[in-house]
Ligand binder design. Structure first.
Ligand SMILES: NC(=O)c1ccc[n+]([C@@H]2O[C@H](COP(=O)([O-])OP(=O)(O)OC[C@H]3O[C@@H](n4cnc5c(N)ncnc54)[C@H](OP(=O)(O)O)[C@@H]3O)[C@@H](O)[C@H]2O)c1
Length: 330
């Protein structure tokens, strides 16, 4: 199966429109054993995916190390591996975003991933103050000049942070939550990103699994799954868990989506296809814990466009049931 590709901002890369989110194969999603994790990633590569998103803190480096091991035995085309830095800081404060600290994080990721230079480093949802500190972006320019990183971008929580970040000429990508339950990025941010030729990475595309349609009121999550421990934002921004939509509200919304699915199409692939309707999006990065999930997600690349009446129905659903919970928060 050949996947569709899109240009990745100004980098010259063409990336598959469906990538692989490697958080769940690192940690914080319940038990995913090493064999399962590797199999999920291998399945994504076999399906033709050429973009992997990870971070130095996923499983404290486990995700990066699993990627290195899988790629060591992979003789197909080399995928782009995007990682992130900043969240190893403790406390996680703007003052920690120094050249020395960033270089230390980058050096560790180089080792974990077993490469000479990192393809793409993203600041990992830094404190808002960081966006007003040009010296942080100069430090990243310095790491590019030193040959340790090829490109850099920012993974943001809020649209206003994204708009600020892309004012820095070196920022080549923005990672942001964009899915059926998070439609605001399409309003102003996508236009600005396109104007500046900034790549957009759509994360949490399945709203942490809600937009697969498989969750219900009785779904249980392991103690080390963030859908258990971060449901109210105890560990990190609550918007990263179920996109910040209250669980019961989201379940009701999912039932409104179900009748819109074309016959034979799963809700997961449908939800991913919805994201790809926005041409500003370079790549959507669903997380997958198994071969079957990775294959199903890759298939979204080949789905037909969604008809205008379906897009309108999903817009109305957002406006009527979801927006009040998320629209002005992120
Ligand atoms: N701050 C940041 O920069 C940040 C934050 C969050 C995420 N991310 C990135 O974005 C990626 C994606 O977001 P996410 O992993 O949080 O959430 P997501 O992609 O919305 O949901 C992933 C979860 O949904 C379930 N799933 C995936 N594909 C499925 C399928 N085809 N059928 C049924 N269930 C399926 C799996 O969990 P179950 O099987 O257990 O339900 C999987 O772990 C991450 O892996 C990470 O790379 C970055």
């Amino acid at each position: 199966m050949t996947l569709h590709t899109r240009p990745f901002g100004r980098t010259g890369w063409n990336v598959t429109d469906i990538g692989f989110g490697a958080w769940a194969i690192g940690g914080s999603w319940g038990d995913v054993n090493e064999a399962q994790a590797k199999d999920a990633l291998r399945a994504a590569l076999e399906a033709g995916i050429n973009f992997i998103d990870t971070a130095d803190v996923y499983g404290d480096g486990r995700s990066e190390r699993i990627i290195r091991e899988v790629l060591k035995d992979w003789d197909g085309p080399r995928p782009i591996v995007a990682t992130k830095a900043g969240r190893r800081l403790s406390p996680h404060v703007a003052d920690g975003y120094t050249r020395a600290n960033l270089e230390g994080f980058v050096d560790r990721s180089l080792k974990n991933l077993g490469v000479e230079a990192l393809d793409l480093v993203q600041l990992h949802c830094p404190p808002t103050e960081v966006y007003q500190r040009p010296e942080v972006f100069e430090a990243l320019d310095g790491l590019v000049a030193a040959g340790k990183i090829r490109h850099y971008g920012v993974s943001v929580e809020k649209i206003e942070e994204a708009l600020k970040a892309i004012e820095y000429p070196g920022v080549e990508s923005i990672q942001i939550i964009y899915n059926i339950f998070r439609q605001r990025p399409a309003e102003v941010f996508f236009r600005e990103a396109k104007n500046r030729k900034v790549a957009v990475i759509a994360r949490v595309p399945l709203a942490s699994g809600l937009l697969t349609g498989k969750l219900n009121r009785n779904s249980q999550f392991a103690a080390d799954d963030h859908r258990n421990f971060n449901r109210h934002g105890a560990a990190f921004d609550v918007g990263e868990t179920f996109s910040g939509v209250p669980y019961e509200v989201a379940l009701e919304a999912v039932e409104t989506i179900r009748p819109l699915l074309p016959v034979g199409t799963s809700m997961a692939t449908f939800a991913l296809r919805w994201i790809l309707m926005a041409d500003a999006v370079s790549v959507a990065i669903p997380g997958a814990k198994s071969r079957v999930q990775a294959q199903a997600n890759a298939a979204a690349s080949r789905l037909a466009s969604l008809p205008p009446e379906t897009m309108q129905a999903l817009r109305s659903l957002y406006e009527q049931k979801i927006a009040r919970h998320v629209h002005h928060r992120w």
